[in-house]
Every structure is written in structure tokens, then in C-alpha cells.
Design a protein around this ligand. Structure first.
Ligand code: NAD
Length: 494
């Protein structure tokens, strides 16, 4: 633990001293206005750095740089882009410890998860690097008197707007396919967690990415974010964040007819039937809500559990949740660290009151930690609500913390009604040994991604994304290229 603390402090020193600048056309630059904002650590609410407070002028410069760099990057052989993106992955691996420690202090995520998330970032680059040479491949279709040749070409400079949850890994998930496709980018990281986005662009240019291909502008949604979505040079917006922000971005991008790709909120159910392997299901349910502080879009925040096993299952969960270690994110024993920011902590805590007002039971947790070493940080206890009904706000709204709401069901019909009875449709988890039921049930579930008898295990070529209020479009493998590229058909008369 002490070793992690010492190393983190040495990695943070540059940010404490020099702040976090924007990165435009290969240059590290302050905001055009000269303004900065503070980023704090949720560990103790102390200031970590002054961050460039970008706005419309900075976005304009970044978009122009991305436009100027587009032609050469688009025309570079796919094999060359592949080499550069592999070098980015190598450099991420070489600096994985630094990335993980900085991210833990900036976001409050536990080191045990962040050390893996940094490596996942490298894996995202490798995966898309390998696909860069074939990104443009199309098909040929023979028709009477005609051959159709279909190809793809990168859409142009794109804007990528990312949230504060696992920001490093998520940024790589959006940026790597855009670059592999041949697009140039302007990245607007989340204002609560700007540090590792700064490391990432620096790593990429050190690895040989040409200047102007990747530009990063820090700032808030209402100024830098909005300007990016409205900029005429920016052809598409890849956005990860809240559903209501997605609604705003759709409106903002209308005048310039922006193509959008949205990965939004969720209220994902884990549906446990009585015939399931209940021990495995309990492990997975605990992992999917209490790891990563519950600040994860695919977290299973609703437990739908068959009546006959309900009492035993939730009693076991409550008992195990109460034993989960909440602590400093750099302590290797910690599972749950502090929530991202005092304002988010307040939102999560408000649901402890709402649960009681609505008449649910707090089986465990439901409080902030106010004593000892953790008193100054944004720490809440892992929480389980029972005796909940589907109509309650705790069963409908995305809380985005280590908070699980359990609801019993009588049969498959009711389970499906509950599972689908929310505005969201991102992910779902189903536990049963009856595979016919699993197929029948998942076929009717409103979710873009469903795991049967498993927690969230990602396969990078598989489609990632949600339906209903959880998103528009899919990422992963070729699905990402569909978004970042235009499809062109050439018909030759024969
Ligand atoms: P948020 O929507 O508040 O912010 C996300 C980003 O959008 C930030 O960079 C912010 O500055 C920017 N933004 C805000 N207003 C904007 C505007 N008007 N125009 C342009 N940009 C704007 O989300 P958050 O609180 O940072 O992140 C948490 C949310 O992200 C949760 O709802 C979570 O479910 C969701 N999420 C979804 C996925 C997924 O894959 N579906 C993955 C991770 C997170």
C-alpha cells in the first residue's frame, strides 16, 4: 500500500506542478481564455491539478488541426497505421502502472481493477491495430450488366466525448477504432477525471502518431463539449455518458447533421431462476454491482430473483456485501473506493433516503463512511435494498454506485415484465440451467447485450451497445468501423 502511495505521488507531481494542458496539433497548450478549473481526488477532496478550461475557441483550433491532418492519415497505408497503433499499445503497457495509479487517485477506483483496465486499454489498441489494414475492405455484387464494388472510407475528423467512469479504458475503446479506420479525432474527456486522457495522447505521440491526428480539449460539457458537437468540421460524435446528455447532443448536432453513436445509461437486471447455480450467480451478482464502485454502465443494479429462493439468496448477498472491503483505492485489499466526486456521492446517498421514503428495506449499507481515515473522502458502504417494487425510483433510475435493488418474481412471465419494465436496455444477465428457457427469455429481453450464466465477459469483436434509452449504435469489431466510415458503392457496366 505504502509503495503504491509513494509511486502515485511521484507520478502525480507533474500534474500538481504543471497542471493539465490541452493538446492541439502536437502542442501542449493552455486554454485560449487562459482559464483553468480544479480537479480533485475523491480520496480526500484535495486538489490534484489545475486543468485547462477549454471552450469554443479551443475546439475550433483542435477541429481545424484534425481536419488538416485528416488527408495524410486517411491515405496512410493500413499496414502503417497498424504499426503505429501497436506502438501505442506497447507504450501503454510500458506505462500501465503509472496510468493505473494516476487513474485510481483521480477517480477513486480500486487499484486491483485499474491495473487490469490499463492493460485492457492496450488490448483495445492491439485489437483495432490488427484490423486497420482491412478496415476499407468491402464486397463485390454482380448484377445483370453490372458489377457493384462496395468500399469504405473514413468519415473525417470525429469528436469523442467520454465519461468519468474507467475513463482511460473507455477512451481507448472509442479512440482506437476511430484511428484504425483512418479518422482524426478531437477528444473531450470528462471534467471529473482529466489526468489519464492527458497521459494517453502524450503516449500516442511519443509512439509516433503524427501531430494533429489526435487532439484533446479539456473543459465542461456546456462549453467545450457543446462546441465540439456543433463544429462543422466534425463529421461524427462518439459519445459515452448519461442518456439525458445524449438527448442534448442530438439537438446540438442537428444543424450540422452529425452522425452519432451513443453509449448511455442503464438499469441492468440480473435475473436469477431457482434452478440456477446459486453460488455462482451470487458471486457474479456481487461482482457486477460492487466492483468498480458500481460506477459501470453494465453493472447489474437490479436483482430479479425467483420467489422460492429469494430470502436465502438475498440474505447471503447482504451478508457478503457487508464484508466487502471499502478503503483507499491504492490499498491492494480495497474493493470499493470513494465515489468519483462529492456531487455524485450526494446523488448516490439521496437514494438511501428515497429507498426509505418509498418503503423499501435497507438490508445492508445505506450510509456514508464518516469516521476514521475515510471520513474526508466520498466513501459509501455497499448497499442492498430489499422489499422493493418495480415502480419505485430505486428500481427505475440509474444510481451509478454500489447499490443493488432486489425484487422477487413468481414466474418467467413476471420476470420478463420486470426485466423490460424500465426505460433502459443496455445489458442483462440471466441465470438458469434450462437452456430452452434461456433462449426464450433472452429473445424477448430488451437489452443490447445479455450474458447467460456469466458476469460481463467481453469479446472485442462482439457488438457492444444498448437499446431504448441506453444508446444508439454498436461498438466492437466491424461495428465500430461502420460508424467511423462511409460506405461507397461503385457500379461498373459490363
Ligand atoms: P455525462 O453525460 O454527464 O458526461 C459525459 C461527457 O459528456 C462528459 O465529458 C461531459 O463533459 C460531456 N457533456 C456533458 N454535457 C454535454 C453537452 N451538452 N454537450 C456535449 N458534451 C457534454 O456522463 P457522466 O456522468 O460523465 O458518466 C456516467 C454516465 O455514463 C452513466 O449514465 C453511465 O451509464 C454512462 N456510461 C455508459 C456506457 C455505455 O457503454 N453504455 C459506458 C460508460 C458510462
Amino acid at each position: 500500500f505504502q509503495d503504491n502511495l509513494d509511486k502515485a505521488e511521484s507520478y502525480l507531481a507533474r500534474f500538481r506542478n504543471d497542471g493539465v494542458s490541452n493538446h492541439i496539433d502536437g502542442q501542449s497548450v493552455p486554454a485560449a481564455s487562459g482559464k483553468t478549473f480544479e480537479t480533485i481526488s475523491p480520496v480526500d477532496q484535495s486538489k490534484l491539478a489545475d486543468v485547462a478550461h477549454g471552450g469554443a475557441e479551443d475546439i475550433d483550433r483542435a477541429a481545424k488541426a484534425a481536419k488538416a491532418a485528416f488527408g495524410a492519415w486517411r491515405d496512410m497505408e493500413g499496414g502503417e497505421r497498424k504499426k503505429i497503433l501497436h506502438k501505442v499499445a506497447d507504450a501503454i503497457e510500458a506505462r500501465a502502472e503509472e496510468i493505473a495509479l494516476v487513474e485510481c487517485m483521480d477517480t477513486g477506483q480500486a487499484f486491483r481493477f485499474m491495473s487490469k483496465a490499463a492493460l485492457r486499454g492496450a488490448a483495445n489498441f492491439r485489437f483495432f491495430a490488427d484490423r486497420a489494414p482491412s478496415a476499407r475492405d468491402g464486397q463485390s455484387l454482380k448484377a445483370p450488366g453490372q458489377i457493384n464494388i462496395t468500399t469504405r472510407t473514413p468519415i473525417g475528423p470525429v469528436g469523442l466525448i467520454t465519461p468519468w467512469n474507467t475513463p482511460f479504458m473507455l477512451s481507448t475503446w472509442k479512440i482506437a477504432p476511430a484511428l484504425a479506420a483512418g479518422c482524426t479525432i478531437v477528444h473531450k474527456p470528462a471534467e471529473f477525471s482529466p489526468l489519464t486522457a492527458r497521459l494517453l495522447v502524450e503516449i500516442a505521440e511519443d509512439a509516433g502518431l503524427p501531430k494533429g491526428v489526435w487532439n484533446t480539449v479539456n473543459g465542461f460539457g456546456e462549453d467545450a463539449g457543446k462546441a465540439l458537437t456543433e463544429h462543422p468540421h466534425i463529421k461524427a460524435i462518439g459519445f459515452v455518458g448519461e442518456s439525458r446528455t445524449g438527448q442534448m447532443i442530438l439537438g446540438q448536432g442537428a444543424a450540422t447533421l452529425k452522425r452519432v453513436h451513443f453509449e448511455l445509461g442503464g438499469k441492468n437486471p440480473v435475473v436469477v431462476f431457482a434452478d440456477a447455480d446459486l453460488d455462482r450467480a451470487a458471486d457474479a451478482a456481487l461482482f457486477m454491482i460492487y466492483s468498480l464502485n458500481g460506477e459501470r454502465c453494465t453493472s447489474s443494479s437490479r436483482l430479479l430473483i425467483e420467489d422460492s429462493v429469494h430470502d436465502e439468496f438475498v440474505a447471503k448477498l447482504a451478508e457478503r456485501a457487508a464484508r466487502i472491503k471499502v478503503g483507499h483505492p491504492l490499498d491492494p485489499a480495497t474493493v470499493i473506493g470513494p465515489l468519483i466526486h462529492p456531487s455524485h456521492e450526494e446523488k448516490v446517498r439521496s437514494y438511501f433516503d428515497i429507498a426509505q421514503e418509498e418503503g423499501a428495506t435497507i438490508a445492508t449499507g445505506g450510509e456514508k463512511i464518516t469516521d476514521g481515515d475515510l471520513a474526508n473522502g466520498c466513501y459509501v458502504r455497499p448497499t442492498l435494498f430489499t422489499n422493493a417494487r418495480a415502480s419505485m425510483r430505486i428500481a427505475q433510475e440509474e444510481i451509478f454506485g454500489p447499490v443493488l435493488t432486489a425484487i422477487p418474481f413468481a414466474d418467467e412471465t413476471e420476470a420478463l415484465e420486470l426485466a423490460n419494465g424500465v426505460d433502459y436496455g443496455l445489458a442483462g444477465y440471466v441465470w438458469t440451467h434450462d437452456m430452452t428457457r434461456a433462449l426464450r427469455f433472452t429473445e424477448k429481453m430488451d437489452a443490447g447485450m445479455i450474458w447467460v450464466n456469466s458476469q460481463n465477459v467481453r469479446h472485442l469483436p462482439a457488438p457492444f451497445g444498448g437499446m431504448k434509452d441506453s444508446g444508439i449504435g454498436r461498438d466492437g469489431g466491424d461495428y465500430s468501423f461502420e460508424f467511423y466510415m462511409e460506405t461507397k458503392n461503385i457500379a461498373l457496366a459490363t
